[in-house]
Design a protein around this ligand. Sequence first.
Ligand code: HEC
Length: 115
Amino acid sequence: MKGLIAGVAAALLAGPLLLSTPVIAAEEETPEVLAPGEGREETFYYCIACHNTALIRRSGFTRQQWDELMDWMTEKHGMNPLEGELRETIVNYLAEAYPPRRQRPPAFTNPFARD
Ligand code: HEC
């Protein structure tokens, strides 16, 4: 019994630590959840190592911002440096598929909102 209590206590203590790690549980996703475009598969498989695609899908950046985000992900979050042709492919895809919000129709319109 003592062991069990100690185990639970340890789990409770470890909980916040686990939550603060960068890995976000990826749900079952396939490349099709991303907007169609050249480089979608490459992007999908490179990026879901750490988080699901929600972070990508809700983002809208210019090409330069996506490019900088790749370095940020590497420096800050330990992503394998993305270089060369693959980087071109992925950044081009992201810039095409997820440009700054203004240029895209809203993904969700609140039916109760009045303007
Ligand atoms: C090594 C792990 C790792 C990989 C691989 C990775 N990311 Fe991330 N990414 C993170 C972490 C950690 C965060 C921050 C999550 C948070 O703030 O909740 C993040 C956040 C983001 C964000 C949100 C940025 C913001 O506005 O705050 C975007 C967009 C993103 N990642 C895109 C990508 C794309 C695109 C790829 C593939 C090229 C990728 N990530 C690959 C770890 C990674």
